[in-house]
Ligand binder design. Structure first.
Ligand code: ADP
Length: 503
């Protein structure tokens, strides 16, 4: 099917149907195939059915999109705030109208169940509605100057073309976050979605923004085949027309990107992996701690960068917590993500399933005990609780993306903070305690970009300074902070009298 053949339909009308659909690049307001005419088949992680044939783009396609975005920049940057505001408010209405169909597409394309699907749609709606007022924020400051008759200003201006690289795991939210803030500030965007979410993390945003009236060229999407992200990513990095890159993904990929960006002196915003601790003090309400930990570790089958990976429990509560937690986890329903009762749906692909299996088995060989789960049920991996995991086990290091959590008893929450801080990563953390003042003291010692006291770590709101420290990334997403990342400050002066020059 050629891209133009579905004019009048959403690609979503075809997602998961036996006749499939074709997802082209979205460049200059048009759906186009790859220059090379190549495509790949995206399959559903749950059913294995073809979701769509997708344009397999390369550097050539990316350069085409960059040129178009560059051309569209001046006009979009100059659009009056009320016009931009209308577009984002309309986009929110379009998404709201399409909510059920978007939830279905998230389940079919990425295995995302209802609970996390609703979280994603709600975030995206708030993102659009908050972005609608960004155009009315003050754009700079007047500064006192020591020059006689001089006036000085710091004026914030959009940078130009922003390259956005997003992952599959919270496809709608993370692609939206990569795109909407930069657009609302007057930039134009080329988005490279993950090969696992070309629709809900790419084409769907194009459909929504196009229907809302975004001018052609302001937003563009270039897709690519599995294993071929590098060609599109490199084109974004190398092009002098692309002024910023924002990237959400794993630390190894982000590190490679930052190394290359250094060569081109390109500023990047990176939100990378997490090894997120959840600390339970001995005065905590055990029932609440168990429920919070189960959600924090297993929402979206543990495939969220903020998911709790290690639970530290102060020793007096450790046995009771662990017993009740493992009992709850063992009952979490696993299976079809479209079934509202399912908690643990499929993991994204066979590679991810094999990695989880290998790392859990390695931990067990090194002495770990499995208290729940631990046996794959393809295409799912059940919610799994491990104890006695030695530090040298791979699963105790870095980030393993999936429904596996480690529980560890500690002598004190302070010891837990020290253990958590040993990690190279520092994205999100949480503390469950009856003593809020102690919780805040512990929070201030945690090396993490985000800390929640009396909650689990999976939380996001569009206005918050979302981001990590250490190897979890640079910079902050969040609309209130986007101007720091996606604008340039220009120093402008004017004098109301001539100056005397020394020669
Ligand atoms: P995840 O494990 O969450 O998929 P990745 O870091 O592999 O994390 O992927 C995040 C995003 O980075 C995806 O859009 C992926 O296609 C992209 N990506 C992977 N390799 C590269 C690369 N060499 N250059 C640019 N983007 C890449």
């Amino acid at each position: 099917m050629a891209p133009g053949e579905r004019i009048g339909h959403s690609i979503g009308d075809f997602i998961g149907r036996s006749d499939g659909g074709f997802i082209g690049h979205f460049i200059g307001g048009e759906w186009v195939p790859a220059e090379s005419a190549r495509s790949y088949r995206k399959r559903s992680p749950w059913s294995g059915e073809v979701v769509a044939d997708v344009a397999a783009g390369d550097g050539e396609d990316a350069r085409r999109a960059i040129a178009v975005a560059h051309e569209a920049f001046e006009s979009w940057a100059g659009a009056q705030p009320w016009r931009r505001q209308q577009i984002f408010l309309r986009a929110a209405d379009v998404l709201e109208r399409r909510r059920d169909e978007v939830l279905d597409s998230l389940a079919v394309e990425t295995g995302c169940g209802r609970v996390f699907g609703e979280v994603q749609v709600d975030f995206a709606l708030k993102l659009l509605r908050q972005a609608a007022q960004l155009g009315y924020r003050p754009i700079g400051e007047l500064l006192p100057s020591d020059v006689a008759g001089g006036r000085a200003a710091a004026i914030r201006r959009p940078v130009g073309v922003v390259g956005a690289i997003a992952p599959w795991n919270a496809s709608l939210t993370l692609a939206g976050r990569a795109v909407i803030g930069p657009l609302a500030l007057g930039n134009t965007v080329v988005l490279k979605p993950s090969e696992e979410s070309p629709y809900t993390g790419g084409a769907l945003w194009a459909e929504i923004l196009q229907e809302a009236g975004l001018p052609p060229g302001a937003f563009n999407v270039v897709t690519h085949a599995p294993g071929e992200a590098g060609a599109v990513g490199d084109a974004l990095l190398v092009s002098r027309l692309v002024k910023r890159i924002n990237f959400t993904g794993s630390t190894p990929t982000g590190r490679r990107l930052a190394e290359k960006a250094g060569t081109y002196l390109k500023r990047v915003v990176l939100q990378l992996s997490g090894q997120n601790p959840l600390i339970v003090t001995d005065d905590a309400d055990v029932g609440y701690a168990v429920d919070a930990a189960a959600y924090g570790a297993f929402v979206h089958q543990g495939q969220v960068c903020m998911c709790a990976r290690r639970i530290y429990v102060e020793r007096p509560l450790a046995e009771e917590f662990t017993t009740r937690f493992a009992a709850k986890v063992a009952t979490l329903p696993t299976g079809d993500p479209s079934d509202p009762a399912t908690v643990v749906g499929p993991v994204i692909n066979e590679w991810a399933l094999a990695l989880l299996d290998r790392r859990v088995n390695e931990a067990v060989e090194l002495g770990a005990r499995v208290l729940a789960g631990g046996v794959p049920a393809p295409p799912c991996y059940p919610a799994t609780v491990l104890v006695d995991v030695p530090d040298e086990a791979e699963i105790a290091q870095g980030e393993t993306f999936g429904p596996v959590v480690i529980v560890e008893a500690v002598d004190s929450a302070e010891e837990a903070v020290a253990r958590a801080n040993e990690s190279d990563l520092g994205l999100a953390a949480s503390i469950i305690t009856d003593d809020v003042r102690r919780g805040l003291r512990l929070a201030s010692r945690l090396e993490a970009g985000i800390v929640h006291v009396n909650d689990q770590p999976v939380n996001d709101e569009p206005q918050m300074p979302f981001g990590g420290v250490k190897d979890s990334g640079w910079g902050r997403f969040g609309l209130g902070f986007a101007a720091e990342e996606f604008c340039e400050l220009q120093w402008v002066t004017v004098r109301d009298q001539d100056r005397e020059f020394p020669f």
